[in-house]
Design a protein around this ligand. Structure first.
Ligand code: GAL
Length: 653
């Protein structure tokens, strides 16, 4: 039997009078939904006092869904430890970077390293499993909710502070090795003993040592992963027939998601296209934000789809929360355009989603998310997204083959590089995602589908072009990957690639040893351009000078091998190499989308990969032998003799 995209919704029976449950489930069924995710914040309702369990409401809610043929995904409720637990064990509360304890009253108020908290989390998860592992309506589990999100990935006191020195001791063995790795000779930061090392909280003059920051990130990321591991083990043990997933967040930075995804059956993420543009994409211009205010930017949305598909090597993923109306958490929260919800749904499928679950069924009439919408308004009437969902035909979205199998281009992503980059951006408007997105977007605007993979364990054999947009850290695994690459595979590196080694320091033998070894290129200078300051980059073609304007970041190279392709013109780096090429390796030092696009086009053409320059806001994607065109513009677009309606998608084949 052929499989197709599943649709579902996040529901909160604990927020809704019981008298509505039946009609809600009937409506969900009638709308074509087949799955509901519930209970991820319901600990206080399940266990209002320690050891006193109330399952009747949840039993009943699950039965109501089951009677409509809806499958249930249960969230473990560990993102919300109840008040009685915090009163008994305030030491599980996390501590912020200023040493202030974060208090009860929202969610995610726990330190992942706390053994006490882990004991309580284990207990509630076991209790839920004992109750529902054999329930026929339950098909799977979501661990916690958006682990480490909303700035909760690191606690700077309590259990984390206690465990950090031991973690370091295991990693380095001797304190001298740590001093060497962190370069503590600088400013007399040398440690005599492990117990002297604290989390990198507010230090006297602002920023802590970046190598210290980097190891603290790694440590906290391990703590989050271990916290999740214990839940995964319990679920596997008690409910081996159920799937386990987790709902990751937009442009997540807090943890190494490749590690977090390792033992999940599949990955899920929460897609809020409009909030993503308003809140996360700080680098986008006001014009861009206004143009995409009601649809979100197509590349930012698909970037996340591609990252999450790549977490488990190209396997299908779920969108566990899909925005279906206005959200509440960005600076501005406009209503989505008509048809945006179906456009997002089709785009998710085209990038590898096997289920899209809308957030949420009925808007909350209480507490922090009163201003957030759902498929139903607070009064129970159908909101704008409802008709969009009703217009979808899930059977048109086949799951017979996965999306990624055909990609010829891969982008390498790495959380250590992200952390190292963002600890020292050297420009207040620059960060890892900005640089990464520029490369990604240039490819998408050329009609290219891409995979995004970890630089640690990627199999490059299927790819013709490998792009490392912002691989700041070259550790041994990256060196090996590059050295063992097929000479026919082209590589493009963005600025700062290989600038640091795994310790977070610049390699000793020359400032740029990582890339120098491989490309025969030595970095000379980098130039951080304030707004309004630009730098020309030129190439001489047929006696004419072609000029590109770079903004934000320009670095120059000296070549030991290979050739200069583009040079800087004017300014302090006048005449120096901006883009270097050595056989199949290209290094781009200047941030300019048109320049990057030109280089990508030239390499792809050499490789026999077809490109086409798409109109602004128009994108192509292929899945299961189908090709789709998306129009994210709010106006009609003429494209190749076709009329693309505003905010729409069409199957081309
Ligand atoms: C998500 C979260 C949900 C809800 C939603 C609102 O990040 O998982 O619980 O808060 O945002 O947009």
């Amino acid at each position: 039997m052929s499989r197709h995209l599943q649709l579902g919704v996040c529901d909160y029976p604990e927020h809704t009078p019981e008298s509505n449950w039946q009609s809600h489930a009937e409506q969900q069924k009638a709308l074509g939904l087949s799955v509901v995710r519930i209970a991820e914040f319901s600990w206080a309702k399940i266990e209002p006092q320690e050891g006193e369990y109330h399952w009747e409401w949840l039993d009943k809610a699950i039965t109501v869904y089951a009677n409509q043929g809806l499958s249930v995904v249960l969230g473990t409720p560990t993102a919300t430890p109840p008040a009685w637990l915090i009163e008994k064990h305030p030491e599980i509360l996390p501590v912020d970077q200023n040493g202030i304890v974060k208090q009860f009253g929202s969610r995610r108020h726990y330190d992942h390293a706390s053994d006490i908290y882990k004991e309580y989390a284990t207990l509630i998860v076991i209790k839920m499993l004992e109750r529902y592992a054999q329930n026929k309506a339950v098909v799977g589990w979501q661990t916690d909710n958006e682990l480490a999100h909303e700035g909760t990935g690191q606690s700077f006191g309590g259990a984390s502070a206690e465990k950090f020195p031991d973690w370091l001791k295991k990693k380095y063995g001797a304190i001298e090795a740590l001093n060497e790795a962190w370069g503590t000779i600088f400013w007399s930061q040398t440690y005599n003993d492990w117990h002297q090392i604290k989390p990198p909280t507010q230090v006297a003059t602002g920023q802590a040592n970046p190598s210290h920051l980097l190891d603290y990130r790694r440590f906290c990321s391990d703590m989050v992963a271990q916290f999740q591991d214990s839940q995964i083990q319990l679920i596997r043990q008690h409910a081996p027939h159920h799937f386990i997933t987790h709902n990751f967040v937009i442009l997540s930075e807090e943890t190494d998601l490749y590690r977090l995804a390792e033992d999940l059956d599949f990955v899920a993420w929460d897609s809020y296209p409009i909030g993503m543009l308003e809140f996360f994409a700080t680098w986008e211009s006001e014009e861009t934000k206004t143009a995409y205010a009601r649809t979100g930017h197509p590349d930012l949305i698909s970037l996340n789809h591609d990252i999450y598909r790549g977490l488990k090597n190209g396997e299908d993923f779920w969108v566990m929360e899909q925005q279906c109306g206005h959200a509440n958490w960005a600076q501005y929260n406009p209503l989505p355009a008509d048809n945006a919800v179906s456009l997002w749904t089709a785009q998710a499928w085209a990038h590898g989603a096997s289920a899209v679950v809308y957030f949420r069924w009925r808007a909350a009439h209480m507490a922090q998310e009163i201003m957030h919408s759902g498929l139903l308004r607070q009064d129970g009437t159908q909101d704008r997204g409802y008709s969009d969902v009703a217009s979808l035909e899930p059977s048109t979205f086949s799951l017979d083959s996965s999306m990624s199998s055909g990609c010829e281009v891969v982008l390498l992503h790495d959380y250590q590089s992200l952390w190292a980059y963002n600890h020292q951006p050297h420009h207040q408007d620059l960060n890892y995602w900005r640089q990464f997105t520029m490369f990604y977007s240039a490819l998408r605007a050329l009609g290219i589908d891409v995979d995004i993979s970890s630089s640690k364990n990627v199999d490059l054999s299927q790819y013709k072009l490998v792009v490392a947009p912002a691989l700041t850290i070259f550790d041994d695994s990256v060196h090996e990957l590059i050295r063992n690459t097929d000479p026919d595979t082209q590589w493009i590196f963005g600025p700062r690639c290989g600038f640091k080694d795994a310790t977070g320091k610049v390699p000793q033998k020359g400032q740029f040893q990582g890339v120098q070894d491989i490309l025969g290129v030595r970095q000379l200078n980098f130039d951080s351009l304030r707004p309004g300051l630009t730098q020309d980059v030129t190439i001489s073609e047929g006696g004419l000078n072609k000029v590109f304007e770079a903004q934000v970041w320009c670095e120059s190279y000296e070549l030991e091998e290979g050739q200069t392709e583009y040079v800087y013109s004017g300014g302090p780096q006048d005449g120096k190499t901006a883009v270097a090429r050595n056989n199949n390796m290209t290094m781009i030092g200047a941030l300019s989308k048109p320049l990057t696009t030109e280089i990508m086009t030239s390499r792809l053409t050499e490789l026999g990969v077809e490109t086409e320059i798409l109109p602004e806001g128009v994108r192509l994607s292929q899945r299961s032998g189908s090709k789709l065109v998306f129009n994210f513009n709010q106006q009609e677009i003429q494209w190749k003799g076709k009329l693309l309606s505003p905010v729409s998608y069409q199957f081309l084949s």
